[in-house]
Design a protein around this ligand. Sequence first.
Ligand SMILES: Cc1cc2nc3c(=O)[nH]c(=O)nc-3n(C[C@H](O)[C@H](O)[C@H](O)COP(=O)(O)O)c2cc1C
Length: 323
Amino acid sequence: MEIANLKFPNPVVLAPMAGVTDLVFRKLCKKMGAALTTTEMISAKGLYYTNQQTLKIADVSEEGKTSIQLFGGDVESLVRAVHIVNEIGPDLIDFNMGCPATKIIKNKEGSALMTEPQKVEEILRAMVKEATVPVTVKIRLGWDDQNKNYLEVAKRAEQAGVAAIALHARTRQQFYSGEADWQAIAQLKREIKIPVIGNGDIWSAQDAIDMMEQTKCDGLMIGRGVMGNPWLVRDLVTLLAGEKLEEKPSLEEIIGTITEHLDDLIEYKGEYIAIREMRKHAAWYLKGQPKASQVRVLLNTAETKSQMEEILWAYLDNQNTFH
Ligand SMILES: Cc1cc2nc3c(=O)[nH]c(=O)nc-3n(C[C@H](O)[C@H](O)[C@H](O)COP(=O)(O)O)c2cc1C
């Protein structure tokens, strides 16, 4: 995959996910082979008012290529945010036009912008002009079934100088329901010249290969499939290289990864926040394992690193009798 002047060793892109793709999780996915990762979405206005929390989520000090994703709804605040992001120095800046959350929509941001292609073009033109790195955009199919205008929005984005487009092939109205329409990704690929990154419903490495074959997209963006399963990135990179897939991780390996993830989170965010954030990650990691719901309940009561580790190791030692 190539985006503007950037060359990537493979097409695997980690989707931006608020509450998930922080620096620690991105590092883990990079270790598994992701060529490009993206921060959680960052409010342009929040960045401008330099809220420390916002600055922290814009930290892209990991190895390898990373994009900072901004959301906003007006040229002025986005241009100010781009100036700040230029100083932080990511490899790319991404613009969010996919978020379906009501609190974002009511400010005419995120996927609400799909209804205003003209304004989008103005915003993107201004961002591209001010950014010192290539600007990409992440869109949906449109607002709803009756208003699927992704081709128009994408063409305007291309006109505005955007370097690549990621398409989450659902409408805003769908949120995350129904199936992603991969045929729309194929159509977008046929109609624009800049790289297209396909997104939606890649749950296995084979899904990703199928998406690439069916759509001819340049990049493969994976979101929910890697929550608690960063090995999906490794499997996909392996399959793309034509190599044999490794065994699925054993419970021991999964728990080893959870404890490393926890250590890194503690180092980065402090124990109090790390423990609370790790509860949801641990639940995702252990999904599908025997007695997963029991261990989840216990993990939710853990207050310290040692308590969390004790619960995990006891579970590993005694999985079948765990209660
Ligand atoms: C918990 C969560 C948080 C998300 N946060 C963002 C975000 O900050 N920015 C964004 O563009 N998309 C966000 N998304 C959407 C994903 O990037 C992706 O488009 C969507 O999950 C579809 O891909 P998937 O089927 O591989 O999960 C989020 C999705 C989830 C599940």
